[in-house]
Design a protein around this ligand. Sequence first.
Ligand SMILES: [Zn+2]
Ligand SMILES: [Zn+2]
Length: 550
Amino acid sequence: CGTGLSSHEVAQGYRRVEDPSISVRMRIASDADSNYKQELPGKTALLTWTTTPWTLPANVALAVAADATYVEVEIEGERLIVAKDLAESAIGGDYRLVRGFPGADLIGLAYEPPYRLIDDPRAYRVHSADFVNMEEGTGIVHTAPAFGEDDYNLGREKDLPFFHPVDLSGKFTDEFPLCAGTFVKEADREIVDDLKERGLLYRYAPYEHDYPFCWRCDTPLLYYAMDSWYIKTTAVKDELIENNRKINWYPMHVGEGRLGDFLENLKDWALSRDRYWGTPLNLWVCDACGETVAVGSRKELVDLAIDPDLARTVELHRPYIDRVELRCPKCGGAMRRVPNVIDTWFDSGSMHTAQWHYPFENEDEFKENFPADFISEGVDQTRGWFYTLLATSTILYGLPAFKNCVVTGLGLDENGVKMSKSKGNVIDPWDLIGKYGADTLRWYLYSSSAPWKSKRLGEEDVKEPLYKFLDTLKNSYDFFALYASIDRFDPARDRGGAPTVLDRWILSRLSSTTAEVVAALDSYDVVSPAAALERFVDELSNWYIRTSRR
Ligand SMILES: [Zn+2]
Ligand SMILES: [Zn+2]
């Protein structure tokens, strides 16, 4: 949907997809600046590998592992260079090993890119990088700083030119004439065909891997280097990890594993969004001197505004807020708000404070309720709401925002497929509630398995507690109510008679069941209390009432 996403949003939407995987010849242009010298000029190529052919036009460098061994092999009269460990899988067929050498020898080698689209002496050379992976591919990594995080970092480190022939809607610009106007993922085919025609394609195979999709609109995501505003969460990484450990997670592995792993590999929080709707980012920048001010309240806005009357009454959303200009505290020039809004996960992650309109009012309520005793949400919120609550509270107060978290599993449809609004396989709980009653659905969710297990919401499963438990309870009550009203029983008056053995037994069962339920609920266990109550109701109906009837 044409906006930047933060890494915790990206983490929510990985899916298994099939993409083309290709290996491509990058012929050697010059060995003047490398230790490696070619024996067969014009017939020697570096073999590189990619699963995103559309990123090849933005290629500006190749990366190798300096301390790994690379080999030059001969096959059908041509020489190919790949990592030694990957030669067999990458080359295939009958090849002859010519010689081996360390990756460092290749550094500085100039090669002929598949598309020479920029004229820059820094481009189209071999560099060393520590992310070169020896598990798949060729050990020679195609690098396009505009389209990958590792690539981008390498580009900064080695001062590579930055070439970005794609617009914000994901289509190639005129800078790549072959596919100008085509959505990049749809250009794969055309690029592969073109490489094949020009004799650059060495191998083509379908490749299955995990690819991120937009959690909101389900289109494939593109890595796109763009300017954004960030919260430097990496500066409080240790505190985040420590605060995460203070939270009691049910189940434990969500905190230790899912969120723990995410925090170990923490990235800064990309906060700004290029949308219209949303909470406006509260940054004003001076036209004249570049001074930036983060406005923290309506009062600050009024104090700094060029037109205080406007600032006093203005609706704080776009487009109205954009009319408010501030007086630069440094040079007296006019400051304008940046056009962005903020990540909606920042709003939900601020609820511990924002729900009380703290610090502007309700200090007592805030202090009484922070941190929250308990929150509960679906497992898909681990890197969403759970993380953003933790991040904002750690930065503001140095504490986790909640003490206990019960993570619920996902609702699955009858076939065990995750329900989601966008797939249209959502079973409407109101239908089930209308048919079997709210308590039946509630009891099914409590009693069927721990809250964090995924649950099928098939009608057959959901209605079971009605016959097995709730009806028994209701019949027991009806039985009592019927005779109590016939006998005009009045609990205040009719307390006479010593309890029978059966009476004493059921009262004893009632108090031990109560103790069991309370103890389990105190430790956030709902399944065993449900089982204990089911046992009690069974004993009440099938033993106490049945045996007491004379
Ligand atoms: Zn989207
Ligand atoms: Zn200024």
